[in-house]
Write a protein that binds this ligand. Sequence first.
Ligand code: FAD
Ligand code: NAG
Ligand code: NAG
Ligand code: NAG
Ligand code: NAG
Ligand code: NAG
Ligand code: NAG
Ligand code: NAG
Ligand code: NAG
Ligand code: NAG
Length: 573
Amino acid sequence: MDLRGILFVSILIIATGSASSTPILNVSPAQWKALNVSVGGRLHAGTPFALPCFSKYNNISVSADEAECSAIQANYTSSTFRVERFSANMNNQYETCMSTHSACLLDTANPRDPLATDGISCNQGEISPYYIDVRGPSDIQAAFEFSKGTGVPLSIKNTGHDYMGRSRRINSLGMWTHNLQTMGYDPRFVPELCTSSHRAITVGAGVTFEQVYKFADDNDSMFIGGYAQTIGASGGWMMGGGHSVLTPSFGLGVDRVLEIKIVTPDGQLRTANACQNADLFWALRGGGGGTFGVVIESTHLVEQRIPIQVINMTFTPTDTNSNLQEYFEVLVNNSAHWGEEGWGGHVNHAPPGLIYVNPRLSLAEAGASMAQLSAFARANNGTAIIETLPSWFPFFTKFIVEVEAAVGIPATLGSRLIPKALFESEAGRSQLVVHLLKQTIELGLPYIPVTTPIAFNYTPGATSVTPAWRTALWHLSGKANWSYNSSTADIRAALSTIHDFAHEDLTALAPDSGAYMNEADVYESDHEYTYWGVNYERLLAVKTKYDPRGLLDCWRCVGWKGAAQFPCYPDLS
Ligand SMILES: Cc1cc2nc3c(=O)[nH]c(=O)nc-3n(C[C@H](O)[C@H](O)[C@H](O)COP(=O)(O)OP(=O)(O)OC[C@H]3O[C@@H](n4cnc5c(N)ncnc54)[C@H](O)[C@@H]3O)c2cc1C
Ligand SMILES: *[C@@H]1O[C@H](CO)[C@@H](O)[C@H](O)[C@H]1NC(C)=O
Ligand SMILES: *[C@@H]1O[C@H](CO)[C@@H](O)[C@H](O)[C@H]1NC(C)=O
Ligand SMILES: *[C@@H]1O[C@H](CO)[C@@H](O)[C@H](O)[C@H]1NC(C)=O
Ligand SMILES: *[C@@H]1O[C@H](CO)[C@@H](O)[C@H](O)[C@H]1NC(C)=O
Ligand SMILES: *[C@@H]1O[C@H](CO)[C@@H](O)[C@H](O)[C@H]1NC(C)=O
Ligand SMILES: *[C@@H]1O[C@H](CO)[C@@H](O)[C@H](O)[C@H]1NC(C)=O
Ligand SMILES: *[C@@H]1O[C@H](CO)[C@@H](O)[C@H](O)[C@H]1NC(C)=O
Ligand SMILES: *[C@@H]1O[C@H](CO)[C@@H](O)[C@H](O)[C@H]1NC(C)=O
Ligand SMILES: *[C@@H]1O[C@H](CO)[C@@H](O)[C@H](O)[C@H]1NC(C)=O
């Protein structure tokens, strides 16, 4: 598409009624052209992911592209397909503008459903009209200069996994970091200006978990990361906390980063580690993505490959769910000792059950530790298979890929970190069981990542995640999803249900705790305290130091300027 076509599209975005003032439209074609030249021709027009399936775009007739459309339909719920495309998100309400119903979605349940496309206009939603395919620091420097000069807001997108849609901003210039694809292994990595050496892997910002897990395995190592193939190892996961089923023993993503190369909004390429830019390094380990600059690459501590015990447990709920109470009691009664022994995992896949892993125990010890759970499974028409996998990557390939969360659907989460102390009193345990039964009735079986650093030796104050992580045993969550053609009222209802669940039910369980900023309620009422606890004031000072003009902003991020800047999130009040 040439620049004239793009300008035309931009004008149409105004015409289709964007809610906010749009500085992007005051930019002349010559300015866009100059930006394109300064980024070596890597400025692109952002068009909605499913546009090839439609014959109207922003209300204007266009021709559909049948071949491209059928590839999109076939791969609509594939995260590996989506991650390759700037305009795709994993939870696709963030491709749309929810509040104005500007969207371009297929029917997830049946991506070939003609009702989603025939006679329907594919609208721009939150997709940036222009984005830079970032290949190095100078592309980012050009974007910051451009934003400073024109007032056009910026957004940073890596994989599009963010549950709060922070990789989108309506009418922004997007920076897409997916193609920063370098990987290197160094058994004696020394952070710049430091002295101690570490077994480490350095990844470009676009590298995904599946890539780095395999690369680490090839180098006799394990990268400690999350439960999905295509999350970025160097983006929002790392900066927001980063949990893994191995976190109980090996810490969070933020505990394992050794060095980060980042372009801050003043245009400087900086190296942040324990020995230089230490304030920034601290803030980047918990303060969240999209806030302090654009990360180019990061270096992480890796472990030597070791065997891992795995339990794959399932059972059959009775018709009346009468065995669920016993199941929840088994989980709640055993969780404190499981945590101390280093077990981590995810509770509740389909069929109901769990997958837990342990890098510390022998197979026999694992069997003894899980005896009550195994007996429960056998008594309830289920199975509990305990086996030794040679290392992390074989475990990931065998167990995680088939159970990772569905993508290509509109969905939202609410969650809270549940303190170990609650599991240590009779009253706390029964409160938890009552909660789990209630949650099952209202939202379906609870999804519980058991991924807190409970048995990890942490130096207090070393990172900026909420200290609630350090004393929690569970990251307890609830989810709601809706349909591609749900009305704004129905979307608001789903968001409200999850907000009330997080704000009332979960908060009542753990009033002084916090929540994981990447997987919390989108409408969290007291997000500064809930996401960061006592660290917020210091995070804000670092934000102000490195981004005094506030060139970067995202939903409930450090220094967030407020909901008025983000008109696509429906107002729930
Ligand atoms: C299916 C699924 C499974 C998940 N499983 C886990 C899990 O096991 N463990 C876990 O901890 N979390 C998990 N998450 C949550 C995940 O950590 C967050 O969604 C996280 O924000 C993803 O970061 P990203 O960079 O891949 O995604 P994006 O959506 O592209 O970006 C997320 C945020 O980081 C910013 N950002 C991205 N790249 C950069 C960069 N280079 N520089 C600066 N800012 C950047 C973006 O602007 C945005 O604010 C899961 C999410 C999904 C959808
Ligand atoms: C787009 O077309 C639809 C259907 O004709 C119309 O209702 C809508 O107002 C149009 N949008 C704008 C902003 O022109
Ligand atoms: C930017 O320049 C490249 C190379 O000249 C061109 O292919 C591309 O279409 C331009 N981008 C825009 C948005 O015009
Ligand atoms: C999309 O799906 C089809 C059919 O499953 C597959 O053959 C094709 O390779 C996929 N396309 C891409 C680009 O992954
Ligand atoms: C790490 O593994 C890659 C293969 O994925 C290999 O090319 C590289 O040489 C290895 N690095 C070292 C230092 O052994
Ligand atoms: C769980 O522990 C409580 C005591 O705290 C006990 O009453 C209950 O029977 C136990 N449940 C199971 C299934 O072992
Ligand atoms: C036992 O489980 C199997 C498979 O999950 C299921 O088909 C069967 O109906 C279950 N039986 C009972 C009694 O629940
Ligand atoms: C886990 O157990 C269930 C039930 O026995 C089984 O269907 C599933 O395939 C197992 N998962 C793996 C990866 O072996
Ligand atoms: C939510 O997702 C599930 C599984 O992906 C699907 O079966 C269900 O229909 C969805 N709910 C709505 C309201 O679309
Ligand atoms: C939503 O989509 C489904 C499937 O295409 C269709 O049956 C239903 O009528 C649609 N609902 C509305 C309100 O348009």
